[in-house]
Ligand binder design. Sequence first.
Ligand code: LLP
Length: 421
Amino acid sequence: MDHFLYRDGALYAEDVAVAEIAAAVGTPFYVYSTATLTRHFRLFDEGLAPLPHLVCYAMKANSNQAILKTLAALGAGMDVVSGGEYQRAKAAGVPGERIVFSGVGKTKDEMRMALEGGIRQFNVESEPELRALSEVAVSMGAVAPVTVRVNPDVDAKTHAKIATGKKENKFGIPIARAREVYAEIAALPGVHAVGLDVHIGSQLTDLQPFEDAYILVAELTRQLRADGHSIDRLDLGGGLGIPYERSNSAPPLPTDYCEMVKRVLGDLDVEIEIEPGRLIVGNAGLLVSAVTYVKSGEGRDFLILDSAMNDLIRPAMYDAWHDIVPVIEPAAGAAMHPFDVVGPVCESGDTFARQRPMPPVKAGDLVAFRSAGAYGAVMASEYNTRPLIPEVLVHGDHFAVIRKRPTFDEMIERDTIPEWL
Ligand code: LLP
């Protein structure tokens, strides 16, 4: 459920008309709903109770400072994957003891930064990384808290580009080798084990692959404890999918996911950590765009928008579906007409949807891409020297710009000219 609904024939973000925001900030822009963010965070946070737990929002999905602050105020921890994300989390006021550091290629500088600023745990993904971390920690007179991300070799049944839990993926340590790796942790001076980590992929629409992985994690936890290691936390990763195509999908709910976690892992006496990104912020955001032209082609009509693949890359990159709805509610029973919905960038890949049935639309009309809050703004670029589009946060009946559109001068001034020119 989200808070983008039609009211008296117009699309609203909570209690603010989307058209009012468009008039104030210009199109295209992203708009997020505080109430939706809050609701999604609470579904996980309350769903995991009474188990001791921490919901570490995977901030790669949307790392705007205002989003982070909104979630941090609800008690969220953060899952970061770079020094930049770590700095963003700290800047939003998240204490180090609520930040977990994931990722296959942490550099020594990033390790040092997190050890200096405070960190809950490093989720380590290889032995070379483990040794590098131990070295860095020893050089600082510290001992780094670690979990090992195991690769359980389960098929997440999602898009190949976002599946991470098969043995051919670059992620984690093969689960069969975990005991050896924990023995090495025990022998290294700069690291100590605090738990175990797994993440099998993103946009999963079936609970079974999660359950298969968590059963393996539970078995491994018992073995590692028998080997004498302290496994006090299980980081279960993120990955629960959202209904991108509302008329045609109903993925499991966070409450179903949490019930499964409690059933499979509830008797292990561990603190549960999860790293949801998409489910918290995906349906909390729209991309709002205006129709520039309606163009009739050879046997195919095009809706040419003022947003493009540089603003929302997911359709071009993952063949992703986003529902596209007019901001003025179509009349009941309005005739639908198929359009290719495209942007102005000079590539055929700049296509948001092919032959998408749309109600009547004309140049100047506003349309909204649903489910655009996750992996939208954060994956945007300035390709074609198109400015990064503004982000707006709604809270009840007011809204604020939380990232402004840069001017062309600001964009150009970032380049520097060598002295010979
Ligand atoms: N934890 C780890 C270690 C991850 O790699 C990810 C996502 C998450 C948590 C959060 O997963 P989520 O709950 O958001 O599914 N750009 C792609 C998605 C890439 C996901 C990468 N890792 C997209 O637009 O679909």
